[in-house]
Design a protein around this ligand. Structure first.
Ligand SMILES: [Zn+2]
Length: 376
């Protein structure tokens, strides 16, 4: 077992890194066990441990019970020795998280700052993030960076939003955000890092399609435990899969995209009410809501079936809408997907995302943490 990577390049692990990862996954381990597991000599292990102690990222935690002879010292990760900050920029707010080396959130806060393309907005954004970072009371050298999850496609180097039609900021450069921040930031496509955060929670997943049922729909393809980015960072944009030729107008300029039928925005428009009221009435058997939801699931099942014609794998249903979906709803979706399938008796499974609306910010922080740990 080793720490995942976000991008599909395999890091060349040094002994020190292998030792760090062994401690990371074992959680508590002795020097002797590390040497045995990794087939390294005790002096080699001791030298690497010395480096890791000096960096402050591992710590001694007492002694194991003696099995005869001297008691062995317990070594573990110091999870809060380094942290990363993740920020999700949304139309109506800014969500910020700080996570430790095990990817556990330390602090999270949502600032009700609605997006607008103006200097005043970027200044307010910077002030909110800086204030959040200050409240952590960490030396900046121990903060690995700020991962900024944006609603749009981002160049592979994290410098430019190459397509951000939702908020109208296509072409925006990282420097626009950076100039108001004290800590270095990097841009990420929100859906890709959100998928990465969900993948992190499921160590047994190899291949999956991640569907973010958010106000705007999103998707990502996970292959071999990597988020597949495609040749031009525009893979698995399933929200713009054409479902209904000549159908509803989409923000991308086309008609009939999945976005227009399965996003939370489209569900609320069809229902004529917000999601809270909608599910309340749906679960009470309201006929209008039942009909709207039936159509919603029909479109979602059709899209899932289309995806399955290309890639046979499981699906992670996540995002804003996920907590509203009951087991009965998922069973309805399951039977609609099976009904849409060309071949009968196909197996099919969903998993639920666990991060809810915080997935993008957490994923952006997680990528920075994992890159740091892989590059030790
Ligand atoms: Zn579209």
């Amino acid at each position: 077992m080793r720490i995942d990577t976000f991008y599909t390049t395999e890091p060349n692990l040094s002994n020190t890194n292998r030792i760090f990862q062994e401690i990371y996954y074992q959680k508590t381990i002795s020097k002797q066990e590390i040497a045995k597991h990794l087939k390294l000599s005790l002096p080699t292990v001791a030298q690497s441990l010395k480096e890791l102690y000096a960096m402050g990222i591992i710590e001694k935690n007492g002694y194991f019970e003696s099995t005869g002879g001297r008691k062995a010292q317990i070594i573990s990760i110091a999870p809060r020795a380094r942290i990363a900050v993740g920020v999700s920029l949304l139309r109506e707010s800014i969500m910020i998280t700080a996570m430790d080396l095990y990817g556990k959130p330390i602090k999270e806060k949502t600032y009700p700052i609605p997006f607008e393309r103006s200097e005043a907005y970027y200044a307010a954004f910077g002030a909110a993030v800086n204030q959040f970072v200050d409240s952590l009371k960490y030396p900046s050298s121990d903060i690995l960076g700020i991962g900024l999850a944006v609603q749009g496609l981002v160049s592979r180097d994290g410098q430019t939003i190459i397509n951000g039609d939702i908020l109208g900021y296509t072409g925006t450069d990282r420097s626009v955000f950076q100039k108001n921040l004290r800590i270095n930031c990097r841009l990420f496509h929100d859906t890709e890092v959100a998928a990465f955060a969900e993948l992190w929670e499921y160590p047994d997943i190899q291949n999956a399609v991640y569907i973010a049922l958010n106000r705007n729909l999103g998707g990502a393809l996970i292959m071999g435990r990597h988020v597949y980015l495609g040749d031009e960072a525009s893979s698995c944009i399933l929200e713009h899969m054409r479902l209904v030729p000549g159908g509803r107008k989409c923000y991308c300029g086309q008609r009939g995209c999945l976005e227009g039928y399965c996003s939370v925005n489209s569900l609320e428009t069809d229902a004529g009410m917000d999601v809270d009221h909608f599910f309340e009435k749906l679960n009470a058997g309201d006929p209008h809501c039942t009909e709207v939801f039936d159509h919603y699931l029909d479109y979602l099942a059709l899209a899932i079936n289309n995806i399955r014609m290309v890639i046979d794998c499981e699906f992670i249903l996540a995002g804003f809408l996920q907590p509203y979906l009951t087991e009965a709803h998922l069973q309805m979706l399951d039977s609609k997907v099976k009904h849409a399938a060309s071949f009968k008796n196909t197996t099919f499974s969903f998993r639920r995302g666990v991060h809810g609306p915080n997935a993008a910010a957490r994923g952006a922080a997680l990528v920075l943490l994992i890159e740091y740990m892989n590059e030790l």
